[in-house]
Write a protein that binds this ligand. Structure first.
Ligand code: DLL
Length: 434
């Protein structure tokens, strides 16, 4: 395996990418208009016909699709092929009552797995590697997506799924896993367990990790890289658009290349829907160019990020997206101030704490209460207990500087905050219950 999985596409000159996208878009719009009544109605309401879309320059004429549309069309209203052609479904966890069911033809699965294979090759993966997949398997796209990609690359694949951390470590050591795929919060937990078991970074056979499915900071990246002695790469995706591998990081580690031959990206102003120029932060919107069973056109992800076409040293020409800070609906509004959990993670890791934290919000006398629970490390035990108030106060001040409002910081005993094996739950918002 060389440097790329599909060099012809990954390094395609921009003009050719645009031409390919235009051709695919014209076909895709016809396919959706003819087969999805729900979207046809949206287009009719906007007065747009498939003939009006002659290339990507006409993309802006198409209506958006949102999570609300998906809910309204649930379960099969956006299915664009006869069910006989569908070979698989995947789904989101639906913990917030917003379950999405995505459908795939065999071609759709092939595209998706190719995208994941590109991500694995971009971190140096080849048939010589042992790839340990500890994203959840089943309805969640993480396990099946990376599993498929790993097979395509020819790695020896360990289909571990998430959880059972001691068993993960045993397989990792005994089979000399060289690439690990899981959420960054689970990677931090595995790293912590390895350290407790006495393993040093040089004892760990891993060389790279492919971490995504939740927001994580640069500080978290450095912390994982140090503990495990690996390079930690980001991967992004969402069930609606296929799963992991919509975009992936290369050796430069400065953002994720969007697989533009399959997914057309835009950023828009989340308030007005206006398309923003590359380089300004906005809500990511994706159009699936060749996925047939569940072809989202202009799907609003609610993820906030910046696109950049700066030349990448890896040779890939695909546009890059910066790490999303979180979904627009993950943003907390506390006493009127906008707060992203990732800002708290940054402060904690800079101050030498672990990435184990929890934010608890409540309401007292009509005012928001804002508590942050953070663990001290076992090594600093006695020292922290003696100086606990001073330590809490210092951290509180650092957070105030970062956020503009004052949380109440509580230093808690090591291991008192539940570890995550999948997507971490960082926020408990009790305000909604009142
Ligand atoms: O999380 C797919 C996935 C699996 C991606 C494994 C990467 C690795 P969903 O469960 O549908 O799909 O959640 C999608 O997770 O809209 C983002 O808000 C968030 N997300 C995914 N990857 C990242 C990332 C999978 N690298 C939602 N950084 C997306 C930040 C991410 N947020």
């Amino acid at each position: 395996m060389g440097k790329y999985y599909q060099e012809e596409f990954e390094t395609m000159p921009l003009e050719e990418i645009r031409k390919l996208q235009s051709e695919k878009l014209v076909e895709q719009v016809k396919h959706v208009y003819n087969n999805v009544e729900y979207y046809r109605n949206l287009m009719d309401a906007k007065g747009v016909k498939p003939e009006d879309i002659k290339g990507i320059e006409d993309l802006h004429k198409l209506p958006f699709l949102s999570k609300a549309d998906l809910r309204e069309a649930y379960p099969k209203g956006l299915l664009a092929v006869p069910q006989d052609e569908v070979v698989r479904i995947q789904s989101t966890s639906g913990t917030t009552g917003k379950r999405v069911i995505a459908y795939y033809t065999q071609d759709d699965i092939d595209i998706w797995e190719d995208c994941c294979a590109r991500a694995i090759v971009a971190v140096g993966g080849s048939e010589k590697d042992v790839c340990q997949v500890c994203y959840g398997y089943g309805l969640f796209t993480g396990g099946p997506g990376l599993n498929g990609g790993s097979h395509r690359v020819g790695c020896m694949t360990l289909p571990m799924s998430s959880g059972n951390t001691e068993r993960q470590i045993q397989f990792m050591m005994d089979l000399e896993a060289s690439i690990i795929c899981c959420t960054p919060s689970y990677a931090a937990y595995i790293g912590e367990t390895l350290k407790e078991m006495g393993y040093k970074p040089e004892d760990i056979p891993l060389k790279a990790g492919i971490f995504g499915a939740e927001p994580w900071t640069e500080e978290m990246r450095h912390s994982i890289e140090e503990t495990m002695g690996i390079k930690a790469y980001d991967i992004y995706g969402l069930t609606e658009i296929s799963g992991p591998g919509v975009s992936f990081e290369c050796e430069e580690q400065t953002g994720m290349h969007i697989n533009e031959d399959h997914f057309l990206a835009e950023t828009i102003d989340p308030e007005t829907g206006e398309v923003l120029p590359e380089g300004s932060e906005g809500e990511l919107v994706f159009t699936c160019l060749d996925k047939k069973a569940f072809p989202m056109l202009r799907y609003r992800t609610r993820d906030l990020c910046v696109l950049s076409r700066e030349k990448c040293s890896c040779g890939r020409t695909f546009v890059k997206m910066k790490k999303p800070q979180g979904r627009s609906d993950d943003m907390l509004i506390i006493r009127g101030v906008n707060v992203f959990p990732s800002q708290i993670e940054t402060v904690l890791l800079k101050e030498g704490y672990t990435p184990n934290y929890q934010i608890v919000l409540d309401r007292e006398n009509n005012t928001d209460t804002f508590d942050v629970y953070v663990e001290y490390t076992p090594e600093e035990g006695d020292d922290v207990v003696k100086n606990i108030t001073a330590r809490e106060k210092k951290l509180q001040e650092r957070m105030k500087t970062m956020l503009g409002i004052n949380p109440k910081v509580h230093l808690a005993e090591p291991k008192s905050i539940t570890r995550s094996e999948g997507k971490a739950v960082r926020v408990i918002d009790r305000r909604k219950l009142h």
